[in-house]
Design a protein around this ligand. Structure first.
Ligand code: SAM
Length: 194
């Protein structure tokens, strides 16, 4: 019996969550996948924006939760999609044509062209390390009150956390957001927009 695209996606997610012990060792987002999935469900998200896809760790978590909320994912990456998500995309698109839009391109150029959705419930910033601040400038204010801004790699030495802090100081006075930094592996900033 052939598995449906959703069943394959769920199997992929389970494998991704195994991290280093699983078959997809390159996905650094693995410790946070349950958090991504839960936040989409918690906000009953109708729109998620994802900057940086590569092999689809975060994408898998978002898609599974969005199928339950009836929402949509808009993703972009400079590169083409990598395995394993590239293999699943055609079947997923056939069964759920509006669920996922992937655009190949630079985060800044796409924002300036007006390609991404103007508002969202959850934003993940996980493209170029050195562009976290500029990506936040272009995409951060699209997050609706009650939503979340997520920034990966805040444990890295090349000042990702400083870029988050600089952005929050500029755009979100403390009264309008609440932030926490998840430890483990590469780090994830979770900013709750009030
Ligand atoms: C760490 S990976 C994303 C991982 C993915 N979120 C996950 O959970 O598996 C970072 C991705 O950002 C992409 N990227 C780098 N610079 C970019 C840019 N300026 N615009 C769009 N994507 C970019 C890279 O091609 C790469 O695939």
């Amino acid at each position: 019996m052939e598995l449906t695209a959703v069943a394959k996606l769920e199997a992929m997610y389970t494998e991704l969550c195994r991290g280093k012990d699983g078959q997809y060792q390159s996905v650094g987002m693995w410790p946070y996948l349950p958090v991504l999935r839960a936040l989409v469900g918690q906000t009953r998200a109708q729109q998620v924006i994802e900057l940086g896809v590569r092999s689809g760790g975060s994408t898998t978590a978002f898609l599974l939760s969005l199928m339950e909320t009836g929402g949509q994912l808009w993703s972009c990456d400079l590169d083409i999609l990598w395995p394993p998500i590239n293999k699943l995309k055609p079947a997923l698109h056939q069964d759920h044509p509006k669920l996922w839009t992937f655009v190949q391109g630079d985060t800044t150029e796409l924002a300036l062209e007006g390609s991404p959705p103007t508002s969202c419930d959850v934003l993940l910033v996980d493209a170029a390390f050195e562009k976290r601040y500029i990506d936040l400038i272009h995409y951060g204010l699209r997050v609706r009150p009650g939503g979340f801004i997520l920034v990966h790699d805040t444990n890295r030495e090349d000042a990702v956390r400083e870029q988050v802090e600089r952005y929050l100081a500029l755009s979100w006075p403390a009264v309008h957001c609440r932030k926490s930094y998840l430890s483990g592996n590469k780090g994830l900033a979770v900013v709750s927009v009030l």
